[in-house]
Design a protein around this ligand. Structure first.
Ligand code: SAH
Length: 296
């Protein structure tokens, strides 16, 4: 299966988590223990992201209207800026390996600003700008930069949108989203990761990101409805509570498919009748969404 998929030139990515501190802890939090598997990496996208369909049309239109002025660069943005610029150039904007380029100028600019290394454990920070996910402990990883940029692009967040992320992990994706809107909510099920992510977000000037530790399957009902929801772990079906907490016209981006193998990154848009429009983006491999013990 893997060999067949790779032979077809698909891209597989693992998304990943972090190490954390100081979040309001809920009953769903747990420590999955240490250790982690090296991620599997990727060849190239299945889909032609950015070339057709509503996502690309919107990204193209919005590219001409940067809206990043409101947020100050985080303190660590002064560090390793050249590495980030090279990452954006060679991994995102003009990749040479055939993957579909990221075309949203807002996303490219944000990826130049947000210091990925500041959301990683010290011992792996040297790997912060490589073209790969990186383990952050607790069997989780921080996502490959390309996947963070791609998911952000297809989520089509506009200023003022309320966004929910399931799977805070390192906090990096949440920080990226915080440059697009001041209304970011994020939930992490692994307590030490939630704590560390909260700490890193505050340290880097993202104290307005709303963090919670718990089972994200249930969403964040008190803050609903959301304009956009992003799942950074895989599930073989759309979690019902999350779909209910999405506005009509809202987008839900997730790796959908068998959690033990490969998934499709999809954008599901909620139609006025409550139905789903489905846009398939690319093949991916993410860590599975887990559930709190009393939910399994
Ligand atoms: N977005 C992260 C990467 C996350 S990896 C980043 O930028 O670093 C996926 C994360 O989802 C892991 O940290 C994992 O612990 C978390 N996760 C898995 N199932 C979850 C659930 N039910 N609720 C909340 N978080 C969950």
């Amino acid at each position: 299966m893997v060999h067949r998929a790779l032979a077809k030139g698909w891209r597989w990515d693992f998304l990943l988590g972090v190490g954390l501190a100081n979040v309001a802890l809920g009953p769903g939090c747990r420590d999955q223990g240490g250790g982690y598997d090296p991620p599997v990496i990727a060849s190239r996208p299945v889909g032609r992201v950015g070339e057709s369909g509503p996502a690309s049309a919107t990204a193209t239109a919005e590219a001409a209207v940067p809206r990043l002025a409101l947020r100050q660069p985080p303190p660590a943005a002064t560090q390793r800026a050249e590495e980030r610029a090279a990452m954006v150039e060679h991994q995102l904007a003009h990749p040479v390996d055939g993957r579909t380029p990221i075309t949203d100028d807002r996303v490219l600019e944000i990826m130049r600003i947000v210091p990925r290394h500041a959301f990683m454990p010290r011992e792996v920070r040297r790997l912060a700008y490589v073209d790969s996910p990186v383990p952050i402990g607790h069997e989780q990883t921080i996502s490959q930069p390309y996947i963070v940029a791609l998911m952000t692009q297809v989520l089509r967040v506009r200023s003022g949108d309320r966004v929910l992320e399931i799977g805070t992990g390192s906090g990096y994706q949440a920080a990226v989203l915080a440059h697009l809107t001041g209304e970011v909510y994020t939930i992490e099920i692994v307590e030490p990761l939630a704590r560390q992510a909260r700490r890193d977000l505050v340290e880097q000037g993202y104290a307005d990101v709303h963090c919670r530790c718990g089972d994200g399957y249930k969403g964040w009902p008190e803050a609903a409805p959301f304009d956009a929801i992003i799942l950074t772990s895989a599930a073989d079906e759309v979690p019902g509570p999350l779909w209910e907490q999405l506005k009509v016209g809202g987008r839900l981006v997730m790796p959908l498919g068998p959690v033990t193998s490969f998934q499709e990154l999809v954008v599901l848009t909620k139609r006025p009748d409550g139905g789903r429009s489905v846009e398939r983006v690319t093949g991916v491999r993410f860590v599975p969404m887990t559930r709190e013990p009393d939910a399994r």
